[in-house]
Design a protein around this ligand. Structure first.
Ligand code: FES
Length: 90
C-alpha cells in the first residue's frame, strides 16, 4: 500500500488507493486546515507534495480551478495515491 509521510512532524501511514491525503492526515491527527469536510469547497486543505509527485492522481477539476495552487500543491481532500509520497502541510 502507498505510504504517506507528513512534514514537519515526520508521521507516516500506509493507506489504500481510495483514501485521500486529508483522510490519512486525520488518521494521524495531522491538521490540514480543512473547512468544508472534504467536499472540495473551501480550498483550504492545501498540502505540498515534496517527494513522489509521480505517485499522486491527476489534479481534479476543482484543483485546476484554484489559481493559487503551485504545481506541487494539492487539495488534500482531492488527492489519492498510487505510491509513496512525502507531503508538507501548511
Ligand atoms: S477540505 Fe475543503 S477543499 Fe478540501
Amino acid at each position: 500500500m502507498p505510504k504517506v509521510t507528513f512534514l514537519p512532524s515526520g508521521q507516516s501511514i500506509e493507506i489504500d488507493e481510495e483514501t485521500t491525503l486529508r483522510e490519512a492526515a486525520h488518521l494521524l491527527n495531522v491538521s490540514v486546515h480543512d473547512r468544508c469536510g472534504g467536499m472540495g469547497a473551501c480550498c483550504n486543505c492545501i498540502v505540498t507534495i515534496q517527494e513522489g509527485q509521480e505517485n499522486v492522481c491527476p489534479k481534479s477539476v476543482v484543483e485546476e480551478a484554484v489559481f493559487y495552487l503551485s504545481p506541487n500543491d494539492r487539495l488534500s481532500c482531492q488527492c489519492r495515491l498510487t505510491g509513496d509520497v512525502v507531503v508538507k502541510t501548511i
